[in-house]
Design a protein around this ligand. Structure first.
Ligand SMILES: *Cc1c(COP(=O)(O)O)cnc(C)c1O
Length: 373
């Protein structure tokens, strides 16, 4: 089965991990800071690494101080973790609809969803295209809320020349194997706020306070560390950070490769009836994570099944988050975000990853044309 996404690992990646295994530090060592600095080079803001994109979201919301009584406005066209991690902290999730062309959170819908309790506007850079951050910034400012970006798809993208990671107050990344760069499992929080990033750093390490200057009982002894607020162990080990640094060194190549594949899909599939291709990313230089087409005429499920039967691992990204039973049981109803729901009904992700060969891509297109033609 041709996957819809997969990692690209070379001998240098393997060597980087092996080097860590031969050294002194499997975790909490120098490879962690090296990775965070390399990531800052792409994100344009300082970063804290964590164990997954989900952990990054949890850490970001916790560092933002989200809790019961707070509201988080977000898009339903995302992976469930964008919303569930805030819900687990006690926040109420307010879903606002997408812009139909960009598939990203519609600033007008987000604005309409804000209340006096809105603490975070959480954008999602769907498929790698940055959300309309300048407009969302204004919405967040008017609401007195923090602007967050779930950039699990968009590491390496820029908007108006500014890198994803520096556009929102706090940005989260994922390094799952299908994403733009991988550490196996992994994630990171970037923030333009030093205070917020410090809280994130503490949260990912159980909440431990090690600096005597900040301790309540600094004279306890040289061994002493203390906890002021609860946290978790979300530390990304050196083994995975070393892989991450290597991957970031290859990210420009990955981006070029993904761009070439997206351009070629556009040529091979132009004008096919029953198929709508993704719009160009205006004002942005995206690192495309997904090639998300729309299958018209109610044929998405049939096309999905027939592509899978042909050995092509197409995917659907995503079931609207409020449709998940956990949100349905909280009273969220279908029909809440009609544009996102209409998009979901037609969405199909075609294989896209740096190692996808021209002949594989031809196979994908031939199969799709055979079904739609
Ligand atoms: C992958 C993904 C996540 C979660 O990342 P993990 O590393 O798998 O935990 C969150 N949000 C979006 C949009 C994602 O694509």
């Amino acid at each position: 089965m041709l996957p819809y996404g997969r990692q690209s690992i070379d001998e240098g990646d393997i060597e980087a991990v092996a080097d860590v295994l031969r050294g002194d530090w499997l975790t909490t060592g120098p490879a962690v800071g090296a990775f965070e600095r390399a990531l800052e080079g792409w994100a344009g803001a300082p970063c804290v690494s964590v164990t997954s994109g989900t952990a990054a979201l949890h850490t970001a919301y916790a560092a933002a101080g989200i809790g019961p009584g707070d509201e988080v406005v977000t898009s339903p066209m995302t992976f469930v973790a964008t919303a569930s991690t805030a819900a687990m902290l006690g926040a109420r999730i307010v879903f606002a609809d997408i812009d139909e062309e960009s598939v990203n959170l519609d600033p007008a819908a987000a604005e309409a969803a804000t209340t006096a309790r809105t603490r975070v506007i959480a954008a999602v850079d769907y498929a790698g295209r940055p959300a309309d951050h300048p407009a969302l910034r204004e919405v967040a400012d008017r609401a007195g809320a923090l602007l967050m970006a779930d950039a699990a798809h968009s590491l390496g993208s820029t908007l108006g020349g500014r890198p994803v990671g520096s556009l929102a107050d706090v940005t989260t990344f994922s390094f799952f194997p299908t994403k733009n760069a991988t550490t196996g499992e992994g994630g990171a929080v970037a923030s333009t706020s030093p205070a917020l990033l410090e809280r994130a750093r503490r949260f990912r390490c159980i909440g431990l306070v090690r600096d005597p200057a900040e301790q309540r009982y600094p004279d306890e002894g040289g061994w002493h560390q203390e906890v002021h607020e609860f946290g978790l162990n979300y530390r990304l080990p050196d083994l995975l950070c070393a892989l991450g640094t290597r991957q970031l060194g290859r990210l420009a190549d990955f981006k070029a490769r993904r761009a070439a594949l997206v351009a070629r899909y556009g040529e091979l599939l132009a004008g096919v009836p029953g198929l709508r291709l993704p719009a160009a990313a205006r004002g942005a230089d995206p690192m495309w994570h997904l090639y998300a087409v729309r299958i018209l005429d109610g044929r998405r499920r049939e096309v999905f099944d027939r592509m899978r039967a042909a050995g092509i691992g197409v995917q659907v990204n995503y079931i609207p988050v409020h449709w998940h039973p956990v949100f349905a049981d909280l009273g969220y109803r279908r029909g809440l975000c009609p544009r996102a729901e209409a998009f979901y009904a037609e969405q199909l992700s075609l294989p896209l990853y740096p190692g996808l060969s021209r002949s594989d891509q031809d196979r994908v297109c031939d199969a799709l044309l055979g079904i739609l033609g």
